[in-house]
Design a protein around this ligand. Structure first.
Ligand code: ADP
Ligand code: MG
Length: 270
């Protein structure tokens, strides 16, 4: 990242509405000699839902993981809410963030994975209460009230005391969403949240995500659910081979893809 240009030293993190929630500028990422993200530039505005679609291996998960500090970009600039991911700009230079700063930055980002990753030895309620009590130091009573509210929001008020093993995949995924929301994130990342579900359970999870979008949550969603993308997303980004091939209004891209690679992909998933 040494070639990055810099903002004035000590510039405060921008929080005004004009600053996009996510801004990637010429982001590349390599694993050894394998360049899996190639010069990605895109923005996710506040309150926007961006769907990221593309064939397996195109770099979608890697891009999400870079946003959430699970991977480090190899070059380019990646910022969340006006702050570079993992780096601080000071004295005209970039400095790697202290682990505490990284933890703080990560707390603002919720992530939901393909596999639900709930703690198996905790009930739904305990899963949702865990981070607010352990990480934020919220009192048990407050965390519980909030967790119950969130479980109700994802339609699981009646299942608060169930263990993950006694919940369906769709219910587990809804708990995972409630758990992410419990940290009051300003950005939610979803990595194929319905891909591991039986078909009849997909709708209930997409419905929860749809409701979340209506509240104005900024969301980046990797999905093959084109119906969801068409209905909910503000922007659709089609990636292939580590590059952004095409981006635009989902209704337009889906109805009238401009690139052969987009057409070929859509013909398989639609
Ligand atoms: P997608 O989510 O679009 O299927 P990924 O981001 O998972 O794509 O993967 C993109 C490419 O990066 C693949 O070729 C994959 O093998 C490679 N890759 C992903 N993570 C790693 C890793 N930790 N180490 C090495 N290669 C990786
Ligand atoms: Mg993936």
């Amino acid at each position: 990242m040494s070639e990055q240009t810099t903002a004035p030293a000590g510039a405060p993190a921008a929080r005004d509405a004009s600053v996009p929630m996510v801004r990637a500028e010429h982001v590349s990422k390599s694993f050894g000699s394998n360049e899996v993200l190639k010069d990605i530039s895109l923005e996710v505005k506040r309150g926007e839902v961006l769907c990221l679609v593309g064939p397996s291996g195109s770099g979608k998960s890697t891009f999400l993981r870079c946003i959430n500090h699970l991977e480090q970009v190899s070059s380019g600039r990646l910022a969340v809410d006006g702050q570079l991911v993992g780096y601080r700009e000071a004295g005209g230079r970039l400095h790697e963030m202290h682990p505490k700063e990284i933890a703080k930055q990560r707390r603002d980002i919720g992530m939901v994975f393909q596999r639900f990753n709930l703690f198996p030895h905790m009930t739904a309620l305990e899963n949702v209460m865990e981070a607010p009590t352990q990480v934020k130091g919220l009192s048990k009573a407050k965390a519980k009230a909030r967790a119950l509210e969130l479980l109700a929001r994802v339609g699981l008020a009646e299942r608060a005391d169930y263990y993950p093993a006694h919940l369906s995949g769709g219910q587990q995924q809804r708990v995972a969403i409630a758990r992410a929301l419990a940290m009051d994130p300003k950005l939610m990342l979803f990595d194929e949240p319905t891909s591991a579900l039986d078909p009849e359970l997909v709708g209930e999870v997409l419905d929860v995500m749809k409701e979340l979008a209506k509240t104005g949550m900024t969301m980046v969603v990797v999905t093959h659910e084109m119906g969801f993308a068409r209905e909910v997303a503000d922007t659709l980004v089609f990636m292939d081979g580590g590059v952004v091939v095409e981006t635009g209004d989902p209704r337009e891209v889906l109805a009238n893809p401009q690139h052969q690679r987009t057409k070929a992909f859509l013909s398989k998933v639609l």
